[in-house]
Design a protein around this ligand. Structure first.
Ligand code: NDP
Length: 281
C-alpha cells in the first residue's frame, strides 16, 4: 500500500481563490484587509519568510506593510511601533517575525499586540480562547494541519492522535485543536521514554521536532495518518522530520515536504487577517 498524499499546495491554492472573492465582497464595503509585518535584523531565513507572506498578501488582495528595523532596536522602540499599529485602522493583523534579538523579550512583544490584531494567534488571550474552544485567531501551522485533515475527510473523533514535539507554536496547539475535535491526544517530547511504543499506537501522528527523517516506518502503525510539519535543509534540499519513502508504504495518508503543511501556514495567516477585517463591519 502506498499512502495518499495530503497536498497542502493544492488546498492552499483552492483556499486562496476563495479568499479573493471574500476580499472582493469586503471591497464593496470599502474594507481592504491589512497586514503589518515587523522584520528585525537581516536574518536571511526570516527575510525569505516575510517575502513569502507579502507575496501571498498581494496575490489575494490583502494590503501589506513591511516595517524593517535594525538589530539595534530597543524593546521600548519596538513596543512603540506595535502601539502605533494597534491604533492604525488600516491594519487588521500584526505579525512580528520571529526570532527577534535576544535583548528583546519575545513574550513582552507578543503580549503588546492587540489580541484582536494577533493574527499569529500567539497572544495568551487567544491561546486561552483556543483552549476553551471559543472563536479566535488560531495559530497558523496547527490551523493548517487541521484544515488539511478535514479537507481529506479524515475522521478525528475518538482517534488517538500522537503529537511529537511540544513547542508553543506547533506541537502544543496542534494537540489542543485535535482535542477540540474530540481526538484523544498524547504528547511526546525529548524526555519521553520509549517513544516508539506511543507513536505506533497513533491513528494520527503529527511530527514537529526539526530533525530530518527522524520518524521511520518502524515508528508508525499500519494505516496511520502521518503529518510531517518539519522543515529541514539537508545538502541544499528540503526534507521533513519523517522518512517519507519508508513511511509512505505504511501510512494511509502522508504529507510531503515540501508541498504539505508549509503552504498551509501562510494561507491560514491570510485567513486570520481576513477574519479580522470582517470584524470591522
Ligand atoms: P522547536 O525547536 O521549538 O520544538 C521542537 C520540539 O521537538 C520540542 O518540543 C522538543 O522537545 C521536541 N524534540 C526535539 N528532539 C526530539 C526527539 N529526539 N524526540 C522527541 N522530541 C523531540 O520547533 P518548532 O515546533 O518550532 O518546529 C518544529 C519543526 O517544524 C521544525 O522543523 C520547523 O522548521 C518546522 N516548522 C514548520 C512550519 C511549517 O509551516 N510547515 C512552521 C513552524 C515550524 P523538548 O520540548 O523536550 O525540547
Amino acid at each position: 500500500m502506498s499512502a495518499t498524499l495530503l497536498n497542502g499546495k493544492e488546498l492552499a491554492a483552492k483556499k486562496r481563490e476563495q479568499m479573493k472573492s471574500k476580499i472582493e465582497q469586503l471591497a464593496v464595503e470599502n474594507i481592504t484587509p491589512g497586514l503589518a509585518v515587523i522584520l528585525i535584523g537581516d536574518n536571511a531565513a526570516s527575510q525569505s519568510y516575510v517575502r513569502g507572506k507579502q507575496k501571498a498578501c498581494a496575490e489575494v488582495g490583502i494590503y501589506s506593510e513591511l516595517i524593517e528595523r535594525p538589530d539595534s532596536i530597543t524593546e521600548q522602540e519596538l513596543l512603540v511601533e506595535i502601539d502605533r499599529l494597534n491604533e492604525d485602522p488600516a491594519i487588521d493583523g500584526i505579525l512580528v517575525q520571529l526570532p527577534i534579538p535576544a535583548h528583546i523579550s519575545e513574550q513582552a512583544v507578543i503580549e503588546r499586540i492587540a489580541p484582536n490584531k494577533d493574527v499569529d494567534g500567539f497572544h495568551p488571550i487567544n491561546i486561552g480562547k483556543m483552549m476553551t474552544g471559543e472563536k479566535t485567531f488560531l495559530p497558523c501551522t496547527p490551523y493548517g494541519v487541521v484544515e488539511m485533515l478535514k479537507e481529506a475527510s479524515i475522521d478525528l473523533e475518538g482517534k488517538h492522535a500522537v503529537i511529537v514535539g511540544r513547542s508553543n507554536i506547533v506541537g502544543k496547539p496542534v494537540g489542543q485543536l485535535l482535542l477540540n475535535e474530540n481526538a484523544t491526544v498524547t504528547y511526546c517530547h525529548s524526555r519521553t521514554k520509549d517513544m516508539r511504543n506511543l507513536t505506533t499506537q497513533a491513528d494520527i501522528l503529527i511530527v514537529a521536532i526539526g530533525r530530518p527523517k527522524f520518524v521511520t516506518a518502524e515508528d508508525v502503525k499500519e494505516g496511520a495518518v502521518v503529518v510531517d510539519v518539519g522543515i529541514n535543509r539537508v545538502d541544499g534540499k528540503l526534507c521533513g522530520d519523517v522518512d517519507f519513502d519508508g513511511v509512505k508504504e505504511k501510512a494511509s495518508y502522508l504529507t510531503p515536504v515540501p508541498g504539505g503543511v508549509g503552504p498551509m501556514t501562510i494561507t491560514m495567516l491570510l485567513e486570520n487577517t481576513i477574519q479580522s477585517a470582517e470584524s470591522r463591519k
